[in-house]
Design a protein around this ligand. Sequence first.
Ligand code: SF4
Length: 440
Amino acid sequence: MNPSKLKASFYTLGCRLNQAETALIGNTFRQKGYELVEFGQAADVCVINSCTVTEQADAKCRQLVRQVLRKNPETFVAVVGCYAQIGAGALRKINGVDLIVGTQDKLRVIDFIDDPVKLPEPQIIRNKMTKVPFTIAMETMAAPTTRANLKIQDGCDFMCSFCVIPFARGRARSRAFWDIQREALQLVEAGHKEIVLTGVNIGTYQFEDKTFLDVVKMLLAIPELKRLRISSIEPTTIPKKLIDLMADSEVLCPHLHIPVQSGDDGVLAAMKRLYTTAEFLQFIEHAAKRAPEILIGTDIMVGFPGESDAAFQASCDLLQNSPLAYAHVFTFSERGGTAATRLKDKVSPKSKKARSAILHRLSEEKKHDFYRRFLGHQLRVLTEEQNERGQWVGFSDNYIKVAIPSEKLSANFLVSVRLASITEETGIGELLVSDKSEVR
Ligand code: SF4
Protein backbone atom coordinates (compact mmCIF):
# COMPACT_ATOMS: atom_id res chain seq x y z
CA MET A 1 0.00 0.00 0.00
CA ASN A 2 1.29 3.49 -0.82
CA PRO A 3 1.35 5.54 2.37
CA SER A 4 1.18 8.79 0.41
CA LYS A 5 -2.48 8.05 -0.17
CA LEU A 6 -3.18 7.41 3.49
CA LYS A 7 -4.74 9.84 5.93
CA ALA A 8 -4.12 10.11 9.67
CA SER A 9 -5.95 12.03 12.38
CA PHE A 10 -4.92 12.72 15.96
CA TYR A 11 -6.55 13.57 19.26
CA THR A 12 -4.74 14.76 22.37
CA LEU A 13 -6.09 14.27 25.87
CA GLY A 14 -4.51 15.84 28.93
CA CYS A 15 -1.57 18.14 29.39
CA ARG A 16 0.56 20.48 27.31
CA LEU A 17 3.31 17.86 27.20
CA ASN A 18 0.90 15.50 25.45
CA GLN A 19 0.11 18.27 22.96
CA ALA A 20 3.82 18.67 22.26
CA GLU A 21 4.19 14.94 21.78
CA THR A 22 1.18 14.67 19.46
CA ALA A 23 2.80 17.32 17.25
CA LEU A 24 5.98 15.22 17.16
CA ILE A 25 4.03 12.06 16.37
CA GLY A 26 2.17 13.95 13.63
CA ASN A 27 5.50 14.88 12.06
CA THR A 28 6.55 11.23 11.88
CA PHE A 29 3.35 10.43 9.97
CA ARG A 30 3.94 13.36 7.61
CA GLN A 31 7.46 12.16 6.98
CA LYS A 32 6.07 8.75 6.03
CA GLY A 33 3.87 10.45 3.44
CA TYR A 34 0.58 10.47 5.33
CA GLU A 35 -1.82 13.36 4.91
CA LEU A 36 -2.84 14.77 8.31
CA VAL A 37 -6.55 15.51 8.60
CA GLU A 38 -8.72 17.05 11.31
CA PHE A 39 -9.93 14.68 14.01
CA GLY A 40 -13.46 13.61 13.10
CA GLN A 41 -12.77 13.39 9.37
CA ALA A 42 -12.49 9.97 7.74
CA ALA A 43 -8.94 8.67 8.19
CA ASP A 44 -7.06 5.42 7.66
CA VAL A 45 -5.32 5.79 11.02
CA CYS A 46 -6.48 7.58 14.15
CA VAL A 47 -3.99 8.09 16.99
CA ILE A 48 -5.34 9.01 20.42
CA ASN A 49 -2.65 10.34 22.75
CA SER A 50 -4.18 9.45 26.09
CA CYS A 51 -4.15 10.78 29.65
CA THR A 52 -4.79 8.96 32.91
CA VAL A 53 -4.53 11.72 35.47
CA THR A 54 -8.14 11.17 36.62
CA GLU A 55 -10.87 8.56 36.21
CA GLN A 56 -12.64 11.02 33.92
CA ALA A 57 -9.58 11.13 31.65
CA ASP A 58 -9.66 7.33 31.35
CA ALA A 59 -13.39 7.35 30.61
CA LYS A 60 -12.99 10.14 28.03
CA CYS A 61 -10.35 8.08 26.21
CA ARG A 62 -12.54 4.98 26.04
CA GLN A 63 -15.46 7.11 24.88
CA LEU A 64 -13.34 8.69 22.11
CA VAL A 65 -12.18 5.31 20.86
CA ARG A 66 -15.77 4.13 20.61
CA GLN A 67 -16.80 7.36 18.91
CA VAL A 68 -14.10 6.99 16.24
CA LEU A 69 -15.03 3.36 15.60
CA ARG A 70 -18.76 4.11 15.44
CA LYS A 71 -18.20 6.78 12.80
CA ASN A 72 -15.64 4.86 10.80
CA PRO A 73 -15.30 1.18 11.76
CA GLU A 74 -12.51 0.70 9.20
CA THR A 75 -10.15 3.21 10.83
CA PHE A 76 -7.03 1.70 12.34
CA VAL A 77 -7.13 2.92 15.96
CA ALA A 78 -3.95 3.39 17.98
CA VAL A 79 -4.06 4.51 21.61
CA VAL A 80 -0.73 5.76 22.95
CA GLY A 81 0.63 7.40 26.10
CA CYS A 82 -0.28 7.43 29.77
CA TYR A 83 -3.58 5.52 29.77
CA ALA A 84 -2.16 3.08 27.21
CA GLN A 85 0.69 2.52 29.70
CA ILE A 86 -1.41 1.65 32.72
CA GLY A 87 -4.87 0.93 31.32
CA ALA A 88 -3.99 -1.46 28.49
CA GLY A 89 -6.17 -4.13 30.13
CA ALA A 90 -9.30 -1.98 29.83
CA LEU A 91 -8.42 -0.66 26.39
CA ARG A 92 -7.86 -4.06 24.83
CA LYS A 93 -11.43 -5.02 25.74
CA ILE A 94 -12.81 -2.36 23.42
CA ASN A 95 -13.65 -4.08 20.19
CA GLY A 96 -11.82 -2.45 17.32
CA VAL A 97 -8.69 -1.09 19.03
CA ASP A 98 -5.70 -2.15 16.89
CA LEU A 99 -2.63 -0.85 18.68
CA ILE A 100 -1.79 0.15 22.27
CA VAL A 101 1.59 1.82 22.80
CA GLY A 102 2.88 2.82 26.26
CA THR A 103 5.05 5.78 27.23
CA GLN A 104 8.47 4.49 26.24
CA ASP A 105 7.62 3.96 22.56
CA LYS A 106 4.75 6.37 21.93
CA LEU A 107 6.76 8.80 19.80
CA ARG A 108 7.60 6.01 17.37
CA VAL A 109 4.06 4.63 17.10
CA ILE A 110 4.44 4.90 13.31
CA ASP A 111 7.05 2.11 13.44
CA PHE A 112 4.33 -0.32 14.53
CA ILE A 113 1.97 0.57 11.67
CA ASP A 114 3.47 -0.86 8.50
CA ASP A 115 0.14 -1.34 6.90
CA PRO A 116 -2.92 0.03 8.71
CA VAL A 117 -5.08 -3.03 8.29
CA LYS A 118 -7.42 -3.77 11.16
CA LEU A 119 -6.35 -6.57 13.47
CA PRO A 120 -8.50 -9.18 15.24
CA GLU A 121 -6.65 -8.49 18.53
CA PRO A 122 -4.78 -5.31 19.49
CA GLN A 123 -1.00 -5.33 19.44
CA ILE A 124 0.29 -4.09 22.82
CA ILE A 125 3.71 -2.44 23.13
CA ARG A 126 4.65 -1.62 26.69
CA ASN A 127 8.38 -1.57 27.23
CA LYS A 128 10.13 -0.59 30.45
CA MET A 129 10.60 3.15 30.78
CA THR A 130 14.23 4.23 30.90
CA LYS A 131 15.79 6.74 33.29
CA VAL A 132 18.47 7.93 30.91
CA PRO A 133 18.64 11.35 29.21
CA PHE A 134 16.93 11.43 25.84
CA THR A 135 16.98 13.14 22.48
CA ILE A 136 14.13 13.58 20.03
CA ALA A 137 15.49 12.95 16.58
CA MET A 138 12.98 14.46 14.24
CA GLU A 139 12.42 17.48 12.11
CA THR A 140 9.92 20.13 13.10
CA MET A 141 7.44 20.38 10.28
CA ALA A 142 4.41 22.02 11.86
CA ALA A 143 3.25 25.23 10.25
CA PRO A 144 4.28 28.16 12.47
CA THR A 145 0.81 29.48 13.14
CA THR A 146 0.83 29.09 16.90
CA ARG A 147 3.12 28.80 19.89
CA ALA A 148 5.48 25.83 19.72
CA ASN A 149 5.71 23.45 22.65
CA LEU A 150 9.25 22.30 23.32
CA LYS A 151 9.70 19.15 25.40
CA ILE A 152 12.70 19.32 27.70
CA GLN A 153 11.98 16.69 30.31
CA ASP A 154 9.79 13.67 31.10
CA GLY A 155 8.75 11.67 34.18
CA CYS A 156 8.79 12.56 37.87
CA ASP A 157 10.45 11.26 41.05
CA PHE A 158 8.33 13.19 43.56
CA MET A 159 5.68 10.53 44.24
CA CYS A 160 2.88 12.81 45.48
CA SER A 161 0.40 10.47 47.11
CA PHE A 162 -2.50 11.19 44.72
CA CYS A 163 -0.54 11.09 41.50
CA VAL A 164 -0.31 8.28 39.00
CA ILE A 165 2.07 10.12 36.68
CA PRO A 166 5.30 8.52 37.98
CA PHE A 167 3.74 5.14 37.06
CA ALA A 168 2.39 6.32 33.73
CA ARG A 169 5.41 8.34 32.61
CA GLY A 170 8.21 6.80 34.63
CA ARG A 171 11.07 8.38 36.54
CA ALA A 172 12.47 11.84 35.84
CA ARG A 173 14.74 12.14 32.85
CA SER A 174 15.96 15.13 30.89
CA ARG A 175 16.49 15.85 27.24
CA ALA A 176 20.05 16.45 26.12
CA PHE A 177 20.85 20.16 26.40
CA TRP A 178 22.25 20.37 22.86
CA ASP A 179 19.18 18.57 21.48
CA ILE A 180 16.87 21.17 23.04
CA GLN A 181 18.98 23.91 21.46
CA ARG A 182 18.88 22.15 18.10
CA GLU A 183 15.09 21.93 18.08
CA ALA A 184 14.65 25.48 19.40
CA LEU A 185 16.78 26.88 16.56
CA GLN A 186 14.79 24.82 14.09
CA LEU A 187 11.47 26.07 15.51
CA VAL A 188 12.60 29.68 15.33
CA GLU A 189 13.88 29.23 11.81
CA ALA A 190 10.53 27.71 10.83
CA GLY A 191 8.90 30.95 11.95
CA HIS A 192 7.69 30.23 15.47
CA LYS A 193 7.83 33.37 17.59
CA GLU A 194 6.97 31.77 20.90
CA ILE A 195 8.32 28.65 22.53
CA VAL A 196 6.65 27.07 25.54
CA LEU A 197 8.77 24.75 27.68
CA THR A 198 7.05 21.51 28.57
CA GLY A 199 7.72 18.42 30.63
CA VAL A 200 6.28 16.66 33.67
CA ASN A 201 8.51 18.31 36.27
CA ILE A 202 10.62 20.76 34.29
CA GLY A 203 12.20 22.51 37.28
CA THR A 204 14.10 19.29 38.06
CA TYR A 205 15.83 19.39 34.65
CA GLN A 206 19.39 18.08 34.94
CA PHE A 207 21.60 17.08 32.04
CA GLU A 208 25.29 16.74 32.91
CA ASP A 209 26.01 20.06 34.67
CA LYS A 210 23.10 21.93 33.06
CA THR A 211 20.05 22.93 35.09
CA PHE A 212 16.64 24.33 34.22
CA LEU A 213 17.99 27.87 34.52
CA ASP A 214 20.73 27.05 32.02
CA VAL A 215 18.07 25.87 29.54
CA VAL A 216 16.18 29.14 29.96
CA LYS A 217 19.33 31.26 29.53
CA MET A 218 20.42 29.30 26.48
CA LEU A 219 17.02 29.85 24.83
CA LEU A 220 16.94 33.54 25.74
CA ALA A 221 20.23 33.91 23.87
CA ILE A 222 18.60 32.93 20.54
CA PRO A 223 18.37 36.34 18.87
CA GLU A 224 15.24 35.71 16.76
CA LEU A 225 13.17 34.19 19.56
CA LYS A 226 10.53 36.74 20.52
CA ARG A 227 8.93 34.95 23.44
CA LEU A 228 9.76 32.15 25.84
CA ARG A 229 7.04 30.86 28.16
CA ILE A 230 7.32 28.43 31.01
CA SER A 231 4.35 26.17 31.53
CA SER A 232 3.60 24.33 34.75
CA ILE A 233 6.45 24.19 37.27
CA GLU A 234 6.54 22.64 40.74
CA PRO A 235 6.77 25.04 43.71
CA THR A 236 10.02 23.78 45.20
CA THR A 237 11.89 23.75 41.91
CA ILE A 238 11.75 27.37 40.78
CA PRO A 239 15.07 29.21 40.99
CA LYS A 240 14.64 32.74 42.37
CA LYS A 241 16.88 33.95 39.59
CA LEU A 242 14.13 32.98 37.16
CA ILE A 243 11.92 35.70 38.59
CA ASP A 244 14.74 38.24 38.13
CA LEU A 245 15.01 37.16 34.50
CA MET A 246 11.24 37.55 34.06
CA ALA A 247 11.32 41.02 35.53
CA ASP A 248 14.21 42.14 33.33
CA SER A 249 13.78 40.25 30.06
CA GLU A 250 11.54 41.27 27.16
CA VAL A 251 11.51 37.71 25.93
CA LEU A 252 10.81 35.61 29.03
CA CYS A 253 7.07 35.93 29.65
CA PRO A 254 5.98 37.02 33.13
CA HIS A 255 3.73 34.00 33.59
CA LEU A 256 3.97 30.95 35.83
CA HIS A 257 1.61 28.10 36.58
CA ILE A 258 2.59 26.72 39.99
CA PRO A 259 0.38 23.93 41.34
CA VAL A 260 -0.30 24.46 45.05
CA GLN A 261 -2.99 21.73 45.31
CA SER A 262 -4.25 22.81 48.78
CA GLY A 263 -4.19 25.75 51.16
CA ASP A 264 -4.02 23.46 54.20
CA ASP A 265 -0.70 22.18 55.56
CA GLY A 266 -2.23 18.94 56.89
CA VAL A 267 -3.62 18.10 53.44
CA LEU A 268 -0.33 19.08 51.78
CA ALA A 269 1.56 16.72 54.11
CA ALA A 270 -0.89 13.88 53.36
CA MET A 271 -0.41 14.59 49.66
CA LYS A 272 3.36 14.30 50.25
CA ARG A 273 3.89 17.72 48.76
CA LEU A 274 7.27 19.18 49.62
CA TYR A 275 6.33 22.67 50.92
CA THR A 276 4.01 24.45 53.31
CA THR A 277 1.42 27.05 52.35
CA ALA A 278 3.56 29.73 54.04
CA GLU A 279 6.54 28.83 51.85
CA PHE A 280 4.39 28.83 48.73
CA LEU A 281 2.90 32.21 49.62
CA GLN A 282 6.26 33.70 50.41
CA PHE A 283 7.53 32.68 46.99
CA ILE A 284 4.61 33.98 44.96
CA GLU A 285 4.52 37.23 46.93
CA HIS A 286 8.19 37.72 46.16
CA ALA A 287 7.50 36.99 42.47
CA ALA A 288 4.58 39.44 42.33
CA LYS A 289 6.70 42.14 43.93
CA ARG A 290 9.75 41.59 41.77
CA ALA A 291 7.79 41.22 38.50
CA PRO A 292 4.57 43.22 39.10
CA GLU A 293 2.97 42.25 35.75
CA ILE A 294 3.37 38.53 36.38
CA LEU A 295 0.36 36.25 36.09
CA ILE A 296 0.57 33.31 38.46
CA GLY A 297 -1.96 30.51 38.09
CA THR A 298 -2.27 27.32 40.08
CA ASP A 299 -3.92 23.91 40.38
CA ILE A 300 -6.09 23.21 43.41
CA MET A 301 -7.44 19.78 44.19
CA VAL A 302 -10.71 19.40 46.08
CA GLY A 303 -11.94 16.36 47.97
CA PHE A 304 -8.60 14.85 48.93
CA PRO A 305 -9.16 12.36 51.81
CA GLY A 306 -9.20 14.21 55.11
CA GLU A 307 -10.02 17.59 53.52
CA SER A 308 -12.30 19.08 56.20
CA ASP A 309 -14.53 22.11 55.70
CA ALA A 310 -11.82 24.21 57.35
CA ALA A 311 -9.13 22.78 55.09
CA PHE A 312 -11.23 23.52 52.02
CA GLN A 313 -11.83 27.04 53.31
CA ALA A 314 -8.06 27.45 53.64
CA SER A 315 -7.73 26.64 49.90
CA CYS A 316 -10.37 29.28 49.10
CA ASP A 317 -8.61 31.82 51.34
CA LEU A 318 -5.28 31.12 49.70
CA LEU A 319 -6.71 31.79 46.26
CA GLN A 320 -8.70 34.80 47.44
CA ASN A 321 -6.00 36.55 49.43
CA SER A 322 -2.86 35.93 47.40
CA PRO A 323 -1.47 37.20 44.09
CA LEU A 324 -2.82 34.05 42.38
CA ALA A 325 -4.82 35.01 39.28
CA TYR A 326 -6.69 31.77 38.65
CA ALA A 327 -6.90 28.14 39.73
CA HIS A 328 -7.52 25.06 37.64
CA VAL A 329 -9.73 23.02 39.92
CA PHE A 330 -9.36 19.25 40.02
CA THR A 331 -11.56 16.84 41.91
CA PHE A 332 -9.67 14.08 43.68
CA SER A 333 -10.27 10.64 42.24
CA GLU A 334 -8.53 7.50 43.45
CA ARG A 335 -5.90 6.18 41.09
CA GLY A 336 -4.90 2.52 41.46
CA GLY A 337 -1.45 1.99 42.92
CA THR A 338 -1.13 5.43 44.52
CA ALA A 339 -0.65 5.93 48.28
CA ALA A 340 -3.79 8.04 48.63
CA THR A 341 -6.00 5.02 47.98
CA ARG A 342 -5.11 3.84 51.51
CA LEU A 343 -6.17 7.08 53.21
CA LYS A 344 -9.32 7.28 55.29
CA ASP A 345 -11.83 10.14 55.76
CA LYS A 346 -13.02 10.14 52.18
CA VAL A 347 -14.95 13.21 51.08
CA SER A 348 -18.45 12.59 49.75
CA PRO A 349 -19.10 13.12 46.02
CA LYS A 350 -21.69 15.76 46.94
CA SER A 351 -19.17 17.82 48.94
CA LYS A 352 -16.56 17.43 46.22
CA LYS A 353 -18.98 18.79 43.65
CA ALA A 354 -20.01 21.72 45.84
CA ARG A 355 -16.39 22.58 46.68
CA SER A 356 -15.37 22.42 43.06
CA ALA A 357 -18.17 24.80 42.07
CA ILE A 358 -17.18 27.31 44.78
CA LEU A 359 -13.54 27.33 43.70
CA HIS A 360 -14.43 27.60 40.02
CA ARG A 361 -16.47 30.73 40.75
CA LEU A 362 -13.71 32.21 42.86
CA SER A 363 -11.16 31.51 40.16
CA GLU A 364 -13.30 33.29 37.56
CA GLU A 365 -13.55 36.34 39.82
CA LYS A 366 -9.81 36.39 40.42
CA LYS A 367 -9.10 36.12 36.71
CA HIS A 368 -11.41 39.04 35.98
CA ASP A 369 -9.75 41.08 38.72
CA PHE A 370 -6.39 40.37 37.12
CA TYR A 371 -7.62 41.34 33.66
CA ARG A 372 -9.18 44.54 35.04
CA ARG A 373 -5.82 45.62 36.45
CA PHE A 374 -4.56 45.94 32.89
CA LEU A 375 -7.46 47.92 31.40
CA GLY A 376 -6.02 50.78 29.39
CA HIS A 377 -2.53 49.22 29.40
CA GLN A 378 -0.48 48.48 26.33
CA LEU A 379 0.01 44.72 25.83
CA ARG A 380 1.93 42.66 23.33
CA VAL A 381 -0.23 39.92 21.80
CA LEU A 382 0.70 37.01 19.53
CA THR A 383 -2.27 36.29 17.24
CA GLU A 384 -3.25 32.63 17.03
CA GLU A 385 -6.68 32.15 15.47
CA GLN A 386 -9.87 33.93 14.50
CA ASN A 387 -12.99 33.56 16.64
CA GLU A 388 -16.52 33.28 15.28
CA ARG A 389 -16.78 37.10 15.27
CA GLY A 390 -13.75 37.39 13.04
CA GLN A 391 -11.58 38.81 15.86
CA TRP A 392 -7.98 37.68 16.11
CA VAL A 393 -7.38 35.93 19.41
CA GLY A 394 -4.08 35.46 21.18
CA PHE A 395 -2.36 35.91 24.51
CA SER A 396 -0.41 38.78 26.01
CA ASP A 397 3.04 38.23 27.50
CA ASN A 398 1.34 37.78 30.87
CA TYR A 399 -1.25 35.38 29.45
CA ILE A 400 -4.27 37.65 29.19
CA LYS A 401 -6.49 36.29 26.45
CA VAL A 402 -7.15 39.13 24.04
CA ALA A 403 -9.48 39.35 21.04
CA ILE A 404 -8.56 41.99 18.48
CA PRO A 405 -11.26 43.24 16.10
CA SER A 406 -9.12 43.80 13.00
CA GLU A 407 -9.27 42.47 9.49
CA LYS A 408 -5.69 43.44 8.80
CA LEU A 409 -4.10 40.71 10.88
CA SER A 410 -3.38 37.06 10.38
CA ALA A 411 -1.99 34.28 12.57
CA ASN A 412 1.45 34.54 14.17
CA PHE A 413 1.67 38.33 14.33
CA LEU A 414 3.12 39.91 17.41
CA VAL A 415 1.21 43.14 17.78
CA SER A 416 0.79 45.92 20.25
CA VAL A 417 -2.71 46.57 21.59
CA ARG A 418 -4.41 48.65 24.25
CA LEU A 419 -6.70 46.61 26.48
CA ALA A 420 -9.95 48.48 25.91
CA SER A 421 -12.57 46.33 27.63
CA ILE A 422 -13.25 42.91 29.12
CA THR A 423 -15.96 40.43 28.22
CA GLU A 424 -16.90 37.16 29.96
CA GLU A 425 -14.00 35.29 28.45
CA THR A 426 -11.48 37.63 26.91
CA GLY A 427 -10.10 41.11 26.93
CA ILE A 428 -10.76 43.23 23.86
CA GLY A 429 -7.65 44.84 22.41
CA GLU A 430 -7.42 47.92 20.22
CA LEU A 431 -4.66 47.56 17.69
CA LEU A 432 -2.02 50.22 18.19
CA VAL A 433 -0.33 49.67 14.87
CA SER A 434 -2.58 50.18 11.90
CA ASP A 435 -0.56 48.23 9.38
CA LYS A 436 0.84 44.70 9.70
CA SER A 437 4.17 45.83 11.11
CA GLU A 438 5.00 44.03 14.28
CA VAL A 439 6.30 45.40 17.52
CA ARG A 440 8.76 44.08 20.04
S1 SF4 B 1 5.20 16.58 41.18
FE1 SF4 B 1 3.65 15.26 42.15
S2 SF4 B 1 1.75 15.82 41.06
FE2 SF4 B 1 3.45 16.53 39.77
S3 SF4 B 1 3.81 14.82 38.34
FE3 SF4 B 1 5.22 14.57 40.09
S4 SF4 B 1 4.15 13.17 41.46
FE4 SF4 B 1 2.61 13.99 40.03
